[in-house]
Design a protein around this ligand. Sequence first.
Ligand code: NAD
Length: 579
Amino acid sequence: MRERWVRTGGVELCVAELGDPARPTVVLVHGYPDSKEVWSEVAARLAARFHVVLYDVRGHGRSSAPRPLRGGFTLEKLTDDFLAVIDAVSPDRPVHLVGHDWGSVQSWEFVTVKRTEGRIASFTSMSGPSLDHMGHWINKRLKHPTVRRIGQLLDQGAKSWYVYLLHTPRLPELAWRGPLGTRWPKILERVEKVPGGGYPTSSLPTDAAHGAWLYRDNVRARLRRPRTDAYAHARVQLITPLGDAFLSQQLYDELETWAPGSVRRTLPARHWIPRTRPDQLAAWITEFVTAAEDGTPEPTATGRYADRFGGQLVLVTGAGSGIGRATALAFAEAGARLVAVDRDAESAARTAESALTLGAPAAWAETVDVSDEQAMEKLAGKVAAEYGVVDILINNAGIGLAGSFFDTTPEDWKKVLDVNLWGVIHGCRLFGGRMAERGQGGHIVNIASAAAYQPSRTLPAYSTSKAAVLMLSECLRAELAGRSIGVTVVCPGIVNTGITSTARFAGVDAEEEKRLRKRAARLYGLRNYPPEKVAHAILRAVARNEAVVPVTPEARGARVLSRLAPWTLRAVARLRPPM
Ligand code: NAD
């Protein structure tokens, strides 16, 4: 990291640079109460591709503070500072601006005022709205109130509690230089899940005390009289953490007016994403900046949930057919990068190919038998080394097995448990393990079945394997909750896929097995529930972090009965299916 000092408007700003200055310049602006080090993880990841610049905002970190403090932090002065920094680091080429929290609030000013026109190529905003846009947002709701709008005002009003406190004289300064300053690192760690060690830096109490003037100098004035010309003159990417305790999603309802065509990204995280989600942020910034540099349109995945899954690495087992294929393609449509895994190489390759045509920015096919521990270990190593840590894992590969308990041989048991249960265990352990180790969240989906809670005299082995997957998923969900990794178990019901053509029927000869497979295929065809609907339920479940997801109406009905009137399911379990 190289450092330099930039003098402007009576202050000296500490500016750090990483990467090759010949590359496109990305300027990272920090928030409150932070210093430029909040970006250290993101900056390190961006430095291989870009010239990365970060600076301590006036009064923060190692930059000096204006005297007097009052009136020294207006958006106009902060814009002067930004221009002075980019004059020093990138005088001839427009820069790509990235702001978090108050860094984003002030960046909205930079990207909407005339004097920076032509100097900014793109802007990525995180957790920091424009005060002007917010002023109009509030006015609109006050002038034309509806129940919903009043609810939105009250919601944001409650989330802004600290803003009122910061307007009180001297109290914030006393708190930050006293007990709050000492406790803040622990609070960040506990509440915000910011990994400990190294952040925040020792300048925190002073940063926080000075930074109170960011609010006092700007908030009331701008909210009362918001600018009417606050239109962005560069392309905008908006990244919103869904668990932000300070900002509600609805604040951005009118963003399209101010920044037409902006790209939206959401992620399940709390406010301090530069510390908790550096991989994801670096990937989204890289994609967005590269598109702006190349002059290509912004990433345009059109599928539902494109804001949530765009650019994420999704691995699906059993992706060659049925539910796995439909799920892989639904994620592709949402702009995810895909690893399509199947024991059948050709069908996996077909899925990866289709994924690319549907909008996946990248898709790879991998051949593996999920029940083979060593092969799975090898695959997990390869995926981590070549494509990265999996963000969303779908353990879907499974096989069918029907036949009474006494017709089911130990070999049959072994086979079905090896694939349906051990396949899931290997997936969770190997891909989920790396996800947990990375510490930046993720999601695991295990495909069980309605047979997991609906007993049947004809599916003892299959149902046992799926019941085990259900319980495994519940236990894992509890274990991983503290690491921001969601676990969902999906129980589809009868879905029209190729599973009937490969299912094994125990206790019958080959001829009879063929007849039974045909019969099952006909029944599944008559029911005709498409795997695409299961795929949709899976994407929705990940987006909402649902625990147990029965899909078809009969699967949902059976789930309710298993709770309220289990005897009904027991009675059904005794029925001999028509042969
Ligand atoms: P499918 O047969 O259409 O697809 C399964 C895919 O998994 C195939 O491409 C197959 O090659 C692959 N596969 C099978 N064993 C594998 C192994 N050992 N290693 C790697 N790949 C393997 O079946 P489907 O209906 O899409 O089933 C997907 C999942 O959904 C399974 O776990 C199944 O038990 C479950 N499920 C299906 C239904 C249904 O009605 N179709 C109902 C409930 C649950």
